[in-house]
Design a binder for this molecule. Sequence first.
Ligand code: NAD
Ligand code: DAU
Length: 416
Amino acid sequence: MAEPAGPSISSWMIQSGAGSCPWPPRPREPVPSVPPVEEADGSPLRYGGFRAASCAHNKDPMLRNAPSVERQVDGKMLLVTGGAGFIGSNFIHYLLRKYEKIEIINLDKLTYAGNLDNLKDIEADPRYEFVHGDIRDKELVRSVMRRVQGVVHFAAETHVDRSILDAGEFVLTDVFGTFVLLDALREAPQVEFFIHVSTDEVYGSRDEGFFTEEDPLNPSSPYAASKAGADRLAYAYTVTYGLPVIIVRPSNNFGPYQYPEKFIPLFVTNALEDKPLPLYGKGTNVRDWLYVEDNCRAIDWLMRWGKTGEAYNIGAGNEVQNIRIAEKICDLLAKPRDLIRFVPDRLGHDRRYALDCRKIRSLGWKPEADFERALETTVRWYRENEAWWRKIKEKSRAWRSFYDEYYRNRKGMKKE
Ligand code: NAD
Ligand code: DAU
């Protein structure tokens, strides 16, 4: 790999009052090395007024709603929805590496974004089972839900730009699909936790400060609005039926196996092909980048220590403007920066996402990846796994039609 050129990313990271996730907390507090133990006194859960005592779903609300001891994951069977996608496949790898006796059912429809190549190395593992199906299929969902003790729900339509072209599938999968899963959960009292994977985009954009879990949701894109609908539906099912739902809201993930329509893999793979890198607007929008491995660790942490009925932000405080990342990718690949093309902005483009992550940090989780090194590792992964992304870019009709419609004739894509 070429030597990184230019200043280090840490020097570009936004450090002003408008940046850097508020950690260490203000004022500084000690971070517990293990999650704190709760009083098992039946005290009500706090989030949004939900009381554990109103739990009709399980006879022992303390068992399901406030873990005073660590929830056991090893030896359990989990349902992972959307496990053939980017985060889902990383998560399955992570679980199989970490837990010797875990069993996983991966329910995935294999949309254009689902890819069994992501799981090739573990497909013969006796602890892993793939079920090809749709989360909107009520009978199928009921039948798999009956078999498991825990659920992690990733399946969704996820690309903001596609939701701008056509929002229909987003509403159907992200909202209705989540409803089907939650409804099946009502009939599966053996399920100890249901992690609903929401997103930081549900809060909308903000120029300064950080969103806490108590902030109102104000989504801007059809994707984010669908995710906000699902997020609130999951919450409503906790309040109404006492279901053991935990909501997580991660920031922008990056890492191996990310479908190349997303910013970092699109720019890396286009640069490797000496193709233009379409940067929206002025390239000054800010995202808080979270290495996918850290997100997997956070979700695992919340399976064990999260309180049901609660929402948790997951972020690493790596706020960087898009243009800095685009430049760094060119430098890491020893490609000229004039591959970067400024193109008309995404409609309704959120300027900045920023999360206050003190809540999950107070449980003992913290991100481990150094952003700059994780970006280098990610760039190297795409360089060394060309066959993985070339198969998508060269053989997938879904890729080609989206790319042609969205980028091919976009002003600025051709060199003036
Ligand atoms: P992805 O697009 O890479 O994968 C989505 C997976 O869901 C695919 O395998 C797809 O086949 C499957 N799927 C889609 N519709 C389905 C259906 N109807 N039934 C069954 N399976 C279906 O997504 P990702 O980036 O891995 O995101 C996973 C989850 O995390 C999503 O809920 C997303 O909203 C959320 N999230 C993602 C990020 C991010 O930066 N990628 C950040 C925060 C939250
Ligand atoms: O914040 C979490 C969200 O992150 C997830 O919920 C979504 O599923 C995920 O897709 C992602 O959404 P973003 O819109 O933030 O990610 P995306 O990779 O599409 O874009 C990141 C930034 O890069 C954003 O400011 C838009 C910009 N961008 C993106 C593309 C694809 C460009 O400038 N050019 C591009 O071609």
